[in-house]
Design a binder for this molecule. Structure first.
Ligand code: PXP
Length: 248
């Protein structure tokens, strides 16, 4: 089975920084610490409202990191301009609503195919691996392959919410959807990533899905880092990922 990569999302270091309006804590410092602790990539989401990551953070991350930078963004003209300027390793397109606390659903790819195909082309030509953040829905997976994405990131939020709520039947049903979506996507030649809401309690079955080659984890890891430090928080996540992979 292919190695499972751990991508670390550092958005919420910026959330904490912005709560006081100063320069600390610095998300670039967190990204470099994650890199030193063995992260396979760093993800940052530049939202339209700049509530956490800001434009200058993106440029600084690109300049500082040796590991791949995954630029998460909405499929807007403004973001395309910024991404084409920064030239990250990867671009992950997500839906974005101003009033949401976090990215709620997956991207509507099936209903927006022509626009997304046109949107992806220049990003791809600039060398970015374009990923679409989608629900484990066969229509969205099929459409993702059709519009020219290289990667789909499966939205694990519904699964993680069910695990956190102790709803075992709902969690099992959603896990089955994620497993089927991963197999479908890989069959269509897409690379498969997964993320959103992952914690030590929910990561194992997701890490055991053989087609999944990258997990992106943010909020839980940063919370855990407050108690045991980021390298130790990542090490425990990595241990669970490796164990799940071995057990699968
Ligand atoms: N993947 C994508 C596409 C996301 O939008 C997010 C949240 O920004 C994550 C992964 C990480 O989610 P979490 O912060 O809940 O671990």
């Amino acid at each position: 089975m292919e190695k499972l990569r751990l991508g670390v999302n550092i958005d919420h270091v910026a959330t904490l920084r912005n709560a006081r309006g100063g320069a600390a804590p610095d998300p670039v410092r967190a990204a470099l610490l994650a890199e030193a602790a063995g992260a396979d990539g760093i993800t940052a989401h530049l939202r339209e409202d700049r509530r956490h990551i800001r434009d200058a953070d993106m440029a600084a991350l690109r300049a500082a990191l040796s590991i791949p930078l995954n630029f998460e963004m909405a499929a807007t003209e403004e973001m395309a301009r910024i991404a084409l300027d920064i030239r990250p390793h990867a671009v992950c397109l997500v839906p974005e609503k101003r009033e949401e606390r976090t990215t709620e659903g997956g991207l509507e790819v099936a209903g927006d195919q022509n626009r997304l195909a046109d949107y992806i082309t220049p990003l791809r030509e600039a060398g970015a691996r374009v990923s679409l953040f989608v629900a484990p829905d066969p229509r969205q997976i099929e459409a993702s392959a059709r519009v020219g994405a290289a990667v789909v990131e499966l939205h694990t939020g519904t699964y993680c919410d069910a695990v956190d709520a102790g709803e075992t039947d709902a969690a099992a049903a959603e896990l089955a959807r994620l497993e089927a979506a991963a197999a479908q996507a890989a069959g269509l030649g897409l690379e498969v990533h997964a993320g959103h809401g992952l914690s030590y309690d929910s990561v194992t079955p997701i890490a055991a899905i053989p087609e999944v080659v990258e997990l992106n984890v943010g909020h839980f890891l940063m919370g855990e880092a407050l108690f045991r430090g980021l390298p130790a928080a990542m090490a425990e996540m990595r241990r669970l990922m490796v164990l799940a992979r071995g057990a699968a």
